[in-house]
Structure formats: structure tokens, C-alpha cells
Design a protein around this ligand. Sequence first.
Ligand SMILES: [Zn+2]
Length: 643
Amino acid sequence: MTDQSRRHFLKTSTAAAAGFTLIRSLTPKEAFGAMTSPDASARIVPFPLASVRLAPGIFKEQAEINARYLDSLAVDRLLHSFRLTAGITSSATPYKGWEDPGCELRGHFTGGHFLSAVALASATSGNDVLKKKGDEVVAGLAQCQKKNAGGYLSAYPEDLFEHLAAGKPVWAPFYTYHKIMAGLLDMYQLTGNTDALEVCEGMAQWVGTDFWGIGTISTEQRQRILRTEYGGMNEVLVNLAAVTKKNRYLDAARFFEQPSFLDPLAARRDELQGLHANTHVPKIIGAARMYEVTGEQRYRRIAEYFLEEVLTARSYAIGNTSQDEHWKSPAGHLEGTLVWTNAECCVAYNLMKLERLVFGWAGDGRWMDAYERSLFNCRLGTQNADGMKQYFFPLAPGYWRAYHSPEESFWCCTGTGVEEFAKFTDTIFFHRGGDLFVNQFIASTLDWKEEGLRVDQVTQFPQEQGTTLKIKAAHPAARAIHVRIPGWTAGIAEVKINGRALEAAADAGSYLAIHRVWQDGDTVSIGLPMELRQEALPGDESTAAVFYGPMLLAADLGPGPADGPSKIIHSGDTVPKNLPAADPLPKAGAGAGPEQWIQSESKSEPRFKAAGADKQYELLPMYQIRDQRYSVYWQVPSSKQSS
Ligand SMILES: [Zn+2]
């Protein structure tokens, strides 16, 4: 087949198929009307990334480790497979693992996650070195796209899409295509690279016209194609539509709709059992963005129900979900599911993206509590000192953290990991009009130029039980500052303004709105008392995790492999070979609550000692577990245990 005929293979092969579905084009009013509706203006939205900077602390330290890893990657090596695919000579040494020239996912990181991550790092920290690298990759990709002609851009030829359309085995071509489009759009939106937008639009054009052949593909064929993982194709197309105000991208986004997945959720039915978790969360992010751009309430219902269900009926204490990458059990039944292969890290990344969107619609504190849980317990701590990330988060007792290698793995979780660790500033502060929302307690500075307001958040949270906001105002201004009072707060959160206690209080799990004419030099201190608490595994009252405030505490079960293939995986494999069997769960001590068998060991550090029924244990926050074998769950006495 010639290039030209290949590009149009779907159009012609489906033209004769029965049961065409024409997806109606929206009028501009239908498509973008909601963007200016009262609903949209009532939303709570993030600040531009350049407005918030991390102050010294654990998050800044982790972001810098991540940036060093990104900087270690070479542009010519990143572009190698794209160039070969476009017929451009490349003598660079290719990266390996999922970026190997023979891997069907190649390009997902090198032309996708890498761009998103350097765009984020550049916008959040002003890292010009990484921005320059991103610009070089964009220029290289633009050259490849031009050579390909027709807008197509990938590190593999269009054959893989032919296989997809023909129902032949293929990994996930659209998944990779999405990552590249998202990387380009991030380079445009976050760093102002206009070439990146042009390349991204070319790719979208190929999807909408060449691949789907708008209006000519049968519903059955489309739904069959969509059974293969396609990442956030719908999300990136909605985002592109919102940026360019071009309806055709919204039309293309609707081609990625799957009624079989979305309809039960719209009817508040959990039919997630058996599904691959990380394939499906991005589809809901796309639905959430569809709601934001089109105003269609059905999408909002889907997103809210999905999040509520996954977080309550399908999540572990760390704030993540899945076993062997899937939802394998009925809703509310995670008993017997603790293994090495729990909680793929990408899933938490995607759930957090969804939480910050859904939070913006109604300001429900639950979603920011959930965000905090994932941030501190299953994102922080999943990067080692060299910037390598985890894939799975083992939850069976006695296992340890394992990481990818610098150049031989390039998992999906390497990709979402380098993005996550480049965007710690994106959810700390939000605003609605001139009102400020303080969502997360991270040492940082907000520079709100339009309002002449600077806010320094000074904290060592969660080592410190609270935070302080220092206001610098160009002029006195009346506004509300809303501060999240987390659901875990023990008793009353004490709020002081300029040293004087505020009489008003907010319930734990909501936002405290402080209305006032704010003056330069005002200081707000918020005390968030922490205590020990226990949380059962859904479906199993005899298995529970212990928290201190926001921190999941882990039992230190002794040294794990400090190095070697059990610790660093030098391939595309995601699980170390020859894993031993898990340990039995450590046994909780006697007493109704954890405060009866766990005691604090230090006033300045979150260190605890547990008198277990089997032996003594040292406990520390999960995010501080590095090389040790650990357990986050305990066997606890319960009504289920008769003996
Ligand atoms: Zn992953």
C-alpha cells in the first residue's frame, strides 16, 4: 500500500459497512456556550503554573531530583524512532524497554511524557534548560511530521493503526498517540511553543479525518476499535478544542465515546469489575473535560459517580486502586487482594487529575482530602534518589519498593511519574474570582499579580500539624480565603489571624471561609491536630491500616534488597523476578483503637512504636520508607474473627 492509500485505508474499508453512525457536529454555541455560562464562572480554578513556586522543603527537593533525571536524557536519542519512522537518518543509540525500536509503545515517553514533564518543570520552576530541550524535541518532531505528510506523527508507522482497525493484535497505538498530542499541547500551553500547537493540530487532523473518516465508520467497528486502550484521546481532543475553539476537535473527541462503559456510570451502576484500571480513568477525565467545555450534565454525573465509587469501594489506604492493573473484585470487596502488583502508579496520577477537576465544580473538600491522601502516601516516596519511579505499589506485607532503570525501562509509570514530580504546585492554591482557596499544605509562594496579592505558605506539614499563610497585599482588599480543614482533623482546627483566635470553626472535611479586608502583613495560622486512627480494608474488617493525620504509617519489617535486580529493574518488565512469598500480616495489639497499642516515639518526627500481638514494630510514614520491607496493613481483631 502506498502512503497515500494507507492513510485512507479506514475510510475506504468501512464505506461498505452497514450501520453508519454520523456523529452530529455541534454548533459553536452548543459546543462552547457553557464556557461563558454562570456555571463556568462559578468554578474554582487553578492558577497559571508560573504564579506558584515551591519553597524549600521535601516537595522542592523531590522536584529537583526529577528535573535532573529529565535533563540526563538526550534529544537525539529521544527522537531516534520518530526519525527512523519518518525516513530520516538517525545514528543515535535508542533507549530501551518500552522505548525499544521494536516495542509497540515506543514514542509514548520520548515524544509524549517527556514533553509534558519538561513543559511542567519549566512552568513551575522556570527551568530554561529543560524548556530548551523541549523546544528541540518539538522541532525534531515537526520535521518528522512534515516528512510523514498528512499530519501523522508517531515513533512507529501507520501499520499499527491498520492492525487496530483490522482487529489484529496490537498493543495500544492511540494510547501512545495521545501522549504525544498531550506533550505538544503542554509545550504550547505551558511554554508558549506555537510550533507545538501546529504539530498537535496536524495530529488531530489525521485522527479526525484520516483515521476515523468522519461520518463513514460503523458504530460496531468503532466500538471494537475502542476496546483497545486509547489513553486520554478524548481528553486531549477536548483540550485542543477549548484552546483553538475549533469544533472539529470536539467532534473527533466524541468518536472516542464508549456507551458500554459510560452508560452504567451515568446510571450510578458500578460495572467496573474486570476492567483495566489505567485504561479507564483517563476516559473519565475526558468526560469531565467534556462537561466543562460543553456543559452537558451527563458527563458531570459520570465523573462524580465514578470518583466516589472508586475512592470508597475500590481503593486502598495509600489512595490508589487496582490489583494486577485491574479491578478484579466486586465493589467494596478488596479482601484477599494484597499482592506485589497493587496500585499501578499511573492510576493515582490519573485519579488526582480527575479529583482536581471535579473539586472545581462544587468545592467539595472530599476530593482535596483524597488528593492529599494520594499525594503524601502514594506519590511522594515513589521516586528514589536518582529520580527513578515505581510501577506497582506492593501492599502485601514484607515487600519493598522497586524502581525502573534510567535508560532501559521507560514504563508508563516512568512517564506519569516525571510529570507528577514536575507539577507539585498545580493544586496548592485555587481561586474563584477574587477569592482564594488553600487546598494543599505545601511550602510555597503564590504571586497573584492581577490582585496585587502574594501569599507565602510557610509549613513543614505533615511533620508540622498545620500551616501559616503570610499575606503581602499591594492594597487592602475584601475577599474570602477558604482553607481546607481536612477530614482527618482531630477535634477543632484552631485558626488565628495575626495571633488572635478566630471564633468561627469549620467541620473537618470542609473549607473554612475567612471573609475580611486583608491588609499587607496579615498572618493566618491554621492548627490541624493529628491523631492515630485505623481504617479497614474495604470488605475485610480484620485487615486495617493505621494513619496519623494524613500520613499512612507503615511497619518497618527490616532491610529489603538495597540494590540489584530486585530493586532496580533493567528492562521493560514491571515486576522483579523470583519474588519471595509475602509475609503474614503483622498482628495489631490489643485494644479498641490504635492509640492503645501504638505510641509516639518523638515530639519532632512522626516516629511510632507498636506493641503488636506478635512482636514490637517500628512505624514511620509510608512516604519515608525507602529500602525497608514494609507492611501498611495489620491483622486486627474483628467480629469476623471468632477465635
Ligand atoms: Zn503505569
